[in-house]
Design a protein around this ligand. Structure first.
Ligand code: UD1
Length: 417
């Protein structure tokens, strides 16, 4: 199993380029199922979750060609299998997003139930309720969701909780449904907008993406096209924290500052000097990290996917910080590892109270989930001594070449078998 070894203490300096967004690439790749025409998708990051999505598509009989420059060409004209097996879904929950496109295009889908994961129970009840509202017949059999519908019929769907992949799944189903579908309390994440724009360029009629009411007028068929995945806002935020935690000066390019506004605001409050342009963010630390409180919520609030990384930073801040996690019920798995590095963190329910310590000390660490892994790498960059992070396969699900990008900024980081 691979490990990442970090010799802490190097100040990061230089320029880093952000890759395409994982959470936009996955639904956009899967949306190709909706048409028998070819789709070219650009700026697809080279990640384990993208590999899994391509495997899922190939397993369904879809032709997938990947080039080294981040372009993926998908041709689902010969799609012939409607099953997403447990082995794939278990490694990537986002696989449940095949349900919407398969149901819409082929009238049926059999997808393994994802089960729980390290950060919480994460049910898909809202996805299923949405498909039922569109007229699908849903059964649960032997750990699989079996969904069937002759042709989906548009309807009004209200989500009790804002769900990102739920909104995307229903949106992909709604584009080929008969009549109008309205999603209320929809997720407003930029990745939802990227998917809606992609679908519209294929001939769909979606209005309101980016607001909490999305209106879809069903069409009978979609075309192919060429699409581009937006930059990854969580990778952007992670490099911003990397600059801050090492007392560095880093320019992050090929990003969209507007997408990561809450992190810009919180890092500014924490004492960083931040300059932004149309597609870059420069983060300059001044040696002091002030304590700030954060509360995660759906977009446009502070993203839950940046909570762990921010906690690493607050571990060495001057004072006390309160971090409240409102999106997932169990997303503090990184706390135990940060404590092993000397962090002073107390957790009660969905709140963590962090009393900053002057220095973290290196330790052998175990990654538990994707963003927690990133928080441990960040802590290692700032710690005294050599940190070894194992189970880095979590990291490879969502960060493209992270150790290469960090070492190009001067970090002493390497991967070993
Ligand atoms: C997506 C992101 C993930 C991010 C999360 C929240 C992708 C591939 N993943 O995950 O990186 O952390 O949004 O921003 O885009 N819920 C239900 N029932 C449902 C669906 C969700 O109760 O049917 C709950 C979840 O347990 C969670 C909350 O709703 O507490 C939000 O989850 P959701 O937005 O659905 O997360 P994902 O779409 O899985």
């Amino acid at each position: 199993m691979e490990k990442i070894i970090i010799e802490g203490g190097a100040r990061l300096n230089g320029t880093v380029k952000i890759s395409g967004a994982k959470n936009a690439a996955l639904p956009i790749l899967l949306s190709s199922i909706l048409t028998d025409k070819e789709n070219k998708i650009n700026n697809v990051p080279n990640l384990k979750d993208v590999d899994t999505t391509c495997q899922l598509l190939k397993g369904a009989g879809v032709k997938v060609e990947r080039s080294g420059d981040g372009q993926v060409i998908v041709d689902a004209s010969r799609i012939n299998n409607t099953e997403a097996p447990y082995d794939l879904v278990r490694t990537m929950r986002a696989s449940v997003m095949v349900l919407g496109p398969l149901l819409a295009r082929l009238g049926k889908a059999k997808v393994s139930l994802p089960g729980g994961c390290a950060i919480g129970a994460r049910p898909i009840n809202l996805h299923l309720k949405g498909f039922e509202a569109l007229g699908a017949n849903i059964k649960l059999e032997h750990g699989y969701v079996v969904a069937e519908a002759k042709r989906l019929k548009g309807n009004r769907i209200y989500f009790d909780i804002v769900t990102v992949t739920g909104t995307e799944n229903i949106m992909m189903a709604g584009v080929l449904a008969e009549g109008k579908t309205i999603i209320e309390n929809a997720a407003r994440e930029p990745e939802v907008v990227n998917l809606a724009n992609t679908l519209n360029s294929m001939g769909a009629s979606i209005k309101g993406a980016g607001t909490d009411i999305i209106e879809i007028n069903g069409v009978s068929r979609l075309n192919g096209g060429e699409h581009t995945v937006i930059p990854d806002r969580i990778e952007t935020g992670t490099f911003m924290v990397a600059a801050a935690i090492t007392g560095g000066d880093v320019e992050i390019v090929n990003c969209i500052p507007e997408y990561i506004e809450p992190v810009i605001i919180k890092l500014t409050e924490a004492g960083m000097k931040i300059d932004t342009g149309k597609d870059f963010i420069r983060v300059k630390a001044n040696g002091k990290i002030k304590s700030v409180d954060i509360k995660t919520s759906p977009y446009p609030a502070f993203p839950t996917d940046m909570q762990a990384q921010f906690m690493s930073l607050m571990s060495i801040s001057e004072g006390m910080s309160v971090i409240t996690e409102t999106v997932f019920e169990n997303r503090f798995m990184h706390v135990a590892e940060l404590r092993r590095m000397g962090a002073n963190i107390k957790v009660e329910g969905n709140t963590a109270v962090i009393r900053g310590v002057p220095k973290l000390s290196a330790a052998p660490l175990m990654a538990t989930d994707l963003r927690a892994s990133a928080s441990l790498i960040l802590a290692g960059l700032a710690a005294e001594g050599e940190t070894v992070v194992s189970r880095v396969y979590h990291l490879d699900r969502g960060y493209e070449a992270i150790e290469k990008k960090l070492s190009s900024l001067g970090a002493k980081i390497r991967r070993v078998k």
